[in-house]
Design a protein around this ligand. Sequence first.
Ligand SMILES: *Cc1c(COP(=O)(O)O)cnc(C)c1O
Length: 388
Amino acid sequence: MKGKRLLMIPGPIEFTDEVLGEMSKPTLSHVDPQFIEEFGQALERMRAVWLAPHGQPFAIAGSGTLAMEFAVANITEPDDNVLIVHTGYFSDRMAEIFRLHGANVDIVPGAVGDLPEVEAVRAQLEAKKYKTLSITHVDTSTGVRADVKHLAAAARETGTLTVVDGVCAVAGEELRMEEWGVDIALTASQKAVGVPPGLALLVANEKALDAFKARRTSVRAYYCDWQYWLPVMQAYEARKSAYFGTPAVNLVRALNVSLGQILTEGMDFRFRRHTLNARAFRAGLSAIGLKYVPVREDLYANTLTAAYYPEGVDAGVLPRIAEEGVVLAGGLYPSIKTKYFRIGHMGMSDTSEILATLGAIERGLAKSGYAFDAGAAVAAAQSLYKKS
Ligand SMILES: *Cc1c(COP(=O)(O)O)cnc(C)c1O
């Protein structure tokens, strides 16, 4: 990997040559017929990737945090009751955004590396009337994955909307938006969707749009207001132009290419590949004695791994691993920030990237003075791949 470092963080990720090539094309007018066609196609493809054949897709310039506010601002009115499934840093952020938009926020607590049981969430939904349940599909701060399917079912049974922050999940973790009754699922381009940072992506179903239409008060965020964006998205899908804010033309074109690649692979295959890569990666780290932030196996995310540094090693190992050609991320959750690191393995990540990453981690740990069986991590992953 001469001069090139593998970017294995939980976003931005490694992008395909086709996506990067698309980014480098001369920028078209946002009303150019070719761009209109490509934006329209990208919106149709979002529906297929989200597995939401009747959903309304939105793609606007911004990061994942804007996507979160884009959801919250449109379905929240002052004094709405909102329930948050606590998972970590990003569920805390969601709570803050809901509060800012006037909601009364209750949180079902979970310990670090854990999240509340579905039954505890269901009990709270039954005890009090909530307008919205907020779930972080994969909390990127802890590598904990929520059981969206059963949480969304509990919300549906109590007449509560479900919003899923899927920023580290959509197009990597299994999400069947329509089948599971998820009302809004959002993400950002730079994670498993596989496009450089800069697009906030969201799909809303009819129930979410109805909640928006039934508002008694105006949306408290000008740029986020669906009243302006809905006609724009509908126009592009009808292969017409419309304007509210200039679309991020190059990013939208790259999104269309990436979504095309995702659908060529197929969603079921893609979910399985993410699961296999994550298992192989963990088999590797476990073989050299590393432990994970999520407290139980059924909580392990497939898009990233959060692992504690082994005895005697600290964040100083990360630049050593980078010297070996692989860039990883440090901790994020405040109470354990200095004790763990995070590795993203989503998007087009393949066997060779997983093995290269494990190899670089081994070499970095060895340089940090950690004693282990050299080659054991790579061998364990290899053997898991061989069995699958
Ligand atoms: C990355 C991430 C975000 C924030 O996205 P930005 O693009 O950094 O604003 C929100 N939620 C989750 C789960 C994330 O992984």
